[in-house]
Ligand binder design. Sequence first.
Ligand code: AMP
Ligand code: ZN
Length: 113
Amino acid sequence: MCLFCDIVEGKIPSTKVYENDEVLCFNDISPAAPVHVLVVPKKHFDNIRDIANGEDGARYLLAVSKAIDEVARIKGLEGGFRVVNNCGEDGGQTVNHVHFHVVGGLKLNEHIL
Ligand code: AMP
Ligand code: ZN
């Protein structure tokens, strides 16, 4: 069982922001900022390393970048935003279906990166 596969398949509801053949983008259930959207490939990859080593990785990574651009346009993030991918236990990944956090709607001054 995978939470984000279930969301992609519509078995669990989400608030859709953008969708195309390869990705679903929806609002994070526990937003860390005024805009907090998750960009989720519709194909299950455990994490970003799995995209690198799995089949169709290039197709899905390109789709992710295009979806980030669409989310930025839809949400009016013209001033900028941050994209975060947590990978693995030490990286703080809690859902083991790769996803990219698009965070914005405020000035992100405090950061470690
Ligand atoms: P990560 O810690 O990088 O694996 O991020 C997982 C994210 O999924 C967290 O920000 C959660 O708030 C979010 N999340 C968990 N369950 C749901 C859900 N049902 N709908 C939307 N976002 C969720
Ligand atoms: Zn999955």
